[in-house]
Design a protein around this ligand. Sequence first.
Ligand SMILES: CC(C)(COP(=O)(O)OP(=O)(O)OC[C@H]1O[C@@H](n2cnc3c(N)ncnc32)[C@H](O)[C@@H]1OP(=O)(O)O)[C@@H](O)C(=O)NCCC(=O)NCCS
Length: 187
Amino acid sequence: MSTHLETKRAFPWSDRFGTARITFRLMSATDAPAVRAFTRTLEPDDIIFLRMDIRQPEVINEWLENIERGRTLSVLAVNEEGGIIGYCSLHHNELLWTRHHGEIRIFVLKAYRGTGLGARLLGEVFQIAREQSLERLIVNIPRDQPHIRKMFESLGFKVDALLADWLKGQDGRLHDLLILSHEVAEG
Ligand SMILES: CC(C)(COP(=O)(O)OP(=O)(O)OC[C@H]1O[C@@H](n2cnc3c(N)ncnc32)[C@H](O)[C@@H]1OP(=O)(O)O)[C@@H](O)C(=O)NCCC(=O)NCCS
């Protein structure tokens, strides 16, 4: 039986970002083909710093399973042709002692960056986290991506931890990990 995370937010809705009209909607298990089509367009430097290689079929299957189990809620950004061009996911596990946390993972295709789409996706996930009564949002980023850190800090996230040599990139090199967080009530 499906145990989707419920949200009172009304989806879908659309808005203009730059010259593109983008629709926001929640991802469901029926999105498997659209997700596969989206991840097929990614290049190695797109996924180099993502926590998981979302091009791998088992990663996509786990993502969809977690949506079905209510552990993940993903807001998709879709272009006028119906193609996924970005997402922001909220991961939550009520069986863990971090059950008051939601972890954010966000990605926007390069061609659509810098028009406010990432900030809007994050805003949606903040609202959903508030509805779920989560207390803290967490994001994991590599330290050597200063513009990503700057973006989250400008949205009020603060660095909680620096873990040296914690990540291994696709190229086999080690990188430091930064954990940033934001109290949901302050968002
Ligand atoms: C992080 C990411 C989603 C931002 O998406 P985006 O659509 O470009 O974000 P926005 O256009 O809403 O920009 C948000 C803010 O960050 C700033 N910003 C975004 N990209 C930036 C860059 N490359 N350099 C400097 N600032 C940047 C913007 O200026 C904006 O700040 P402002 O509100 O003060 O103007 C996108 O860069 C991405 O997908 N990166 C790869 C995946 C990743 O690193 N995810 C984070 C870890 S899960």
